[in-house]
Design a protein around this ligand. Structure first.
Ligand SMILES: *Cc1c(COP(=O)(O)O)cnc(C)c1O
Length: 235
């Protein structure tokens, strides 16, 4: 059942308490970890709730769904971020309807989005998605290809690379899933630190961690956790 706003507030407070606990355990300042509310498949009220609660942004998986919902949203200042796989033929639409695209993972997509942003006369913020857990079922660039692609991204005048994004693979047991999470998030953090030092750019944003794996992501340096089901219920 989709929550009422009062239920949403209780859940969001609980997620923020989890974030605060993970930050305390990692010796981090909780204000350095943003909560991105993942509103995919939910009615536009999900985005309205997020804005009313004071969140900066929501995450959506599909370009078309966001393009339909966004004009109905009562909060014009709310930012919308694309976190789902993007086909290059939807680049124009994505550059039009999103404030940031987190799922950029190829040279082709970099070229298409840069051209689309140029046509719209804007600079589009992006994250580069890395398959940091080497999951055969996941999108994202291979860890080994990422340095070259990040350097290429930085040559694109109408894109602004804010950092990296990843999704941890599921294991066949909870223990295996937990191991994958630690390995995936540590890989992304290490890669970011290496690239930042080598290229002399901060690549500040590390979008990693979801409802079920917030804590290991925060321990590894996440700056943004993407949370859907813990806020809005099962999809
Ligand atoms: C759906 C989704 C989330 C949110 O997952 P929950 O388990 O509902 O918190 C986060 N990141 C991405 C990329 C997603 O597609």
């Amino acid at each position: 059942m989709f929550p009422t706003y009062a239920e949403f507030v209780l859940r969001a407070d609980a997620v923020r308490a989890q974030v605060a606990a993970a930050c305390a355990a990692a010796g981090r300042d909780p204000t350095t970890v943003e909560l991105l509310a993942v509103t995919k498949t939910h009615p536009v009220a999900a985005a309205d709730f997020a804005a009313r609660y004071g969140l900066r942004a929501v995450g959506e998986n599909r370009v078309q769904e966001a393009a339909e919902k966004r004009p109905l949203c009562a909060a014009p200042a709310l930012a919308w971020e694309l976190i789902g796989h993007l086909q290059s033929n939807k680049s124009k639409l994505a550059a039009q309807h999103f404030d940031r695209v987190q799922s950029v993972d190829s040279e082709k997509l970099l070229n298409h989005l840069d051209r689309a942003a140029a046509e719209l006369g804007k600079v589009l913020p992006i994250l580069f998605q890395v398959n940091a857990g080497n999951d055969p079922a996941k999108f994202g660039a291979d860890l080994a290809d990422t340095p070259r692609l990040v350097e290429f991204a930085r040559t694109k005048k109408n894109l602004r690379l804010d950092g990296l994004m990843t999704i941890a693979p599921l294991g066949s047991t909870p223990a295996e899933t937990a191991e994958h999470a630690v390995r995936t998030f540590t890989n992304l953090r290490t890669l970011r630190d290496d690239l930042a030092a080598r290229l002399g750019v901060p690549l500040r944003e590390l979008s990693m961690g979801m409802s079920s794996d917030l804590a290991p992501a925060i321990a590894a340096g996440s700056t943004q956790v993407r949370v859907g089901s813990a806020l809005y219920g099962a999809r």
